[in-house]
Design a protein around this ligand. Structure first.
Ligand SMILES: Nc1ncnc2c1ncn2[C@@H]1O[C@H](COP(=O)(O)OP(=O)(O)O)[C@@H](O)[C@H]1O
Ligand SMILES: N[C@@H](CCC(=O)OP(=O)(O)O)C(=O)O
Length: 360
């Protein structure tokens, strides 16, 4: 059967993989592995981003004394990740499919060199028919440098690996246009560019999740704007993955319509690097206007009003409009001292070149 996608990222949320009592739901895992194996055999390249380390470790160890949240996460994930990957290894082995573990941290995406290094690692795995199973390295990620949750990580991976789709599997059929528990609300089937969903999203989370629906929708929009279809669907439904690919029309889910404007690989990296921004470049009204137009423009010193923070050449900075709203992210061409000296001057080199500027 002809499938729409040939390379996808699949994110499986904590609550899909855990039972109510917090133990690992091996039956569910096994059903998902069977579907991934079927798609893999039909020629789809798959990168799996799997949560579940903390949840699966929680039931294995029973600490003598009360632990704080960091200690708990480190202890449970250290034990739980080993258990999780071991299960995956055994389940995929039944299908003769090799898998590889990729544990990463937010820091590992901070510089372009590190980013390309990870991209290379996963590319080699795919070229050799190995399914990468990615998770955050919770044992060494400290609070300030943690991903909000695995939705954020999955967005980065989908973008980095140029997948055609990112499928986020949670314990819910998609995004509801009201409270999911309200019988009058229903799943929004398609979401186009610029749709504000904030009214619909409740801040409640599933018992084992970290981020909630809000981070899912924010990430989904960002990734769709980079040209990748994002699908939110229920990982607890039988055959969901295969159905999403083979019977997309009939399968209940929320689809974020991708932008049809291509985004270069380096711009994708910049788009996801905001967390590493070292400073802010504030631009005037005229520069804001041209930036919002269809034209390809760089940030020139003449359009800059002021600069906040200190940065080195090649650091990531936020671009702020004349009203103080963030409009983009870019990689700077000079350090903050040189940029400061050039402010308001004509005929100077761009502080952020168009090729390294991502407008949101
Ligand atoms: N409008 C909405 N539509 C669907 N789910 C919502 C909505 N608002 C809040 N949620 C909640 O978001 C939860 C899924 O997010 P999360 O707990 O982060 O899952 P995961 O662990 O799979 O990442 C759902 O179980 C639901 O309770
Ligand atoms: N890295 C963590 C994932 C925690 C998390 O963010 O989960 P999720 O709510 O599924 O996105 C783990 O494996 O337990």
């Amino acid at each position: 059967m002809k499938q729409e996608f040939t390379r996808i990222a699949v994110k499986v949320g904590s609550n899909v993989l855990t039972r109510r009592d917090g133990t690992l739901d091996v039956t569910r895992m096994s059903a998902l592995v069977d579907q991934i194996a079927e798609l893999h055999k039909s020629g789809v390249e798959i990168i799996l981003i799997s949560s579940g380390a903390v949840a699966s470790g929680r039931s294995e160890v029973h600490p003598q004394k009360k632990l704080d949240s960091v200690d708990q996460r480190q202890l449970f994930s250290a034990v739980g990740q080993a258990k999780l990957i071991n299960r995956y290894y055994e389940l995929f082995r039944e299908h003769n499919i090799p898998v590889g573990q990729v544990l990463t941290t937010k820091e590992s995406f901070g510089t372009r060199r590190h980013y390309l290094n990870q991209k290379n690692c996963m590319t080699v795995m795919l070229e050799n028919n190995v399914i990468p199973i990615v998770n955050e390295n919770d044992t060494i990620s400290v609070s300030e440098l943690m991903f909000t949750d695995n939705d954020e990580l999955s967005g980065l991976i989908a973008s980095m690996m140029d997948t055609q789709a990112l499928i986020i599997l949670s314990n819910i059929d998609g995004i509801y246009n009201g409270s999911p528990s309200d019988p009058n609300s229903s799943v929004i089937r398609e979401i186009g560019h610029g749709k504000d969903l904030s009214n619909y999203i409740q801040t409640t989370k599933s018992s084992f999740g970290r981020g909630g629906m809000l981070t899912k929708t924010n990430i989904a929009r960002k990734v769709a704007d980079e040209g990748i279809t994002v699908i939110i669907a229920n990982g607890k439904r039988d055959n969901i993955l295969v159905d999403l690919l083979q019977h997309p029309e009939e399968t209940l889910c929320t689809r974020f319509i991708p932008s049809d404007e291509p985004v270069s690989s380096v711009k994708k990296w910049i788009a996801h690097s905001e967390g590493f921004a070292k400073g802010e470049i504030h631009i005037n009204e005229c520069a804001t206007e041209v930036l919002n137009s269809e034209k390809a423009v760089s940030i020139l010193p003449i359009g800059i009003t002021h600069i906040e923070g200190e940065f080195e050449k090649d650091d990531i900075v936020r671009i702020m409009d004349f009203q103080g709203n963030q409009v983009g992210v870019g990689k700077v061409n000079c350090d903050s001292k040189q940029a400061q000296e050039a402010i308001g001057k004509h005929g100077k080199k761009p502080v952020v070149h168009y090729d390294y500027l991502y407008i949101e």
